[in-house]
Design a protein around this ligand. Structure first.
Ligand SMILES: CC(C)(COP(=O)(O)OP(=O)(O)OC[C@H]1O[C@@H](n2cnc3c(N)ncnc32)[C@H](O)[C@@H]1OP(=O)(O)O)[C@@H](O)C(=O)NCCC(=O)NCCS
Length: 182
């Protein structure tokens, strides 16, 4: 019983949302509840933005979500709260994010030969930014520090290792431009 009360308190106070926090996650199933919990947890949460259930969000207070953004189920947004001025995820207005997309801002450090990665800490985080109107296809991965340009498209299953300009379609691993839209 004490464990249950602790877990309820943790879910309510933690800087997370997702199925691993069931006492707040249920709110994502109901639009009004979803908006209320998201406005409370995120750095900012725009008008008519939607986060669908089964998304995992870590360090919500370092993530801003613009107006009319849609984030489909199974997506993971993983920000970093170690520094006040870096490690943010910024998702501008009108961005669409498909199912199962992963967005990161930091990497494990790995420079010390023979030392397990788990003992090496992390590199400093970088901000990852999705500019206005872009669309991220299902099961893509955006690596730390990338900027997705305005109205650009990331094809399903892409691994984005470098920033991409506005008005292009990229796809593949590593993601490369397959079309220009301008
Ligand atoms: C990126 C996308 C929009 C491009 O669609 P399109 O403009 O019709 O592209 P085409 O089918 O003309 O493909 C152009 C080339 O890119 C390749 N390509 C397209 N999408 C690709 C992808 N996701 N990964 C790798 N290659 C891809 C095609 O094989 C084709 O190669 P070819 O010229 O050698 O034959 C589409 O392929 C896609 O990935 N959509 C995402 C769907 C999704 O995730 N929906 C989630 C719901 S929000």
């Amino acid at each position: 019983m004490i464990g249950l009360i602790k877990k309820i308190k943790f879910d309510i106070k933690s800087d997370r949302l997702g199925p691993d926090c069931p006492f707040t996650h249920w709110r994502l199933f109901f639009k009004k509840e979803m908006t209320t919990i998201c406005k409370k947890k995120f750095l900012s949460f725009g008008e008519n933005a939607e986060i669908r259930p089964y998304s995992f969000i870590v360090n919500c207070s370092k993530i801003s979500i613009g107006n009319r953004v849609v984030i489909r189920p199974g997506t993971m947004l993983f920000a970093d709260n170690r520094f006040p001025d870096k490690g943010k995820i910024t998702i501008e207005n009108d961005v669409l994010i498909g199912s199962g997309v992963h967005i990161y801002v930091s990497n494990h450090a790995y420079g010390k030969k023979g030392v397990p990665i788990i003992e090496q800490g992390h590199f400093d985080p970088q901000d990852t930014i999705l500019k206005k109107g872009c669309w991220i296809g299902a099961n893509s991965v955006l690596l730390p520090g990338v900027v997705i340009g305005e109205n650009s498209i990331v094809g399903a299953g892409s691994i984005v290792t470098k920033s991409i300009p506005a008005n292009v379609v990229v796809a593949g691993n590593p993601a490369k431009t397959i079309k220009n839209l301008s």
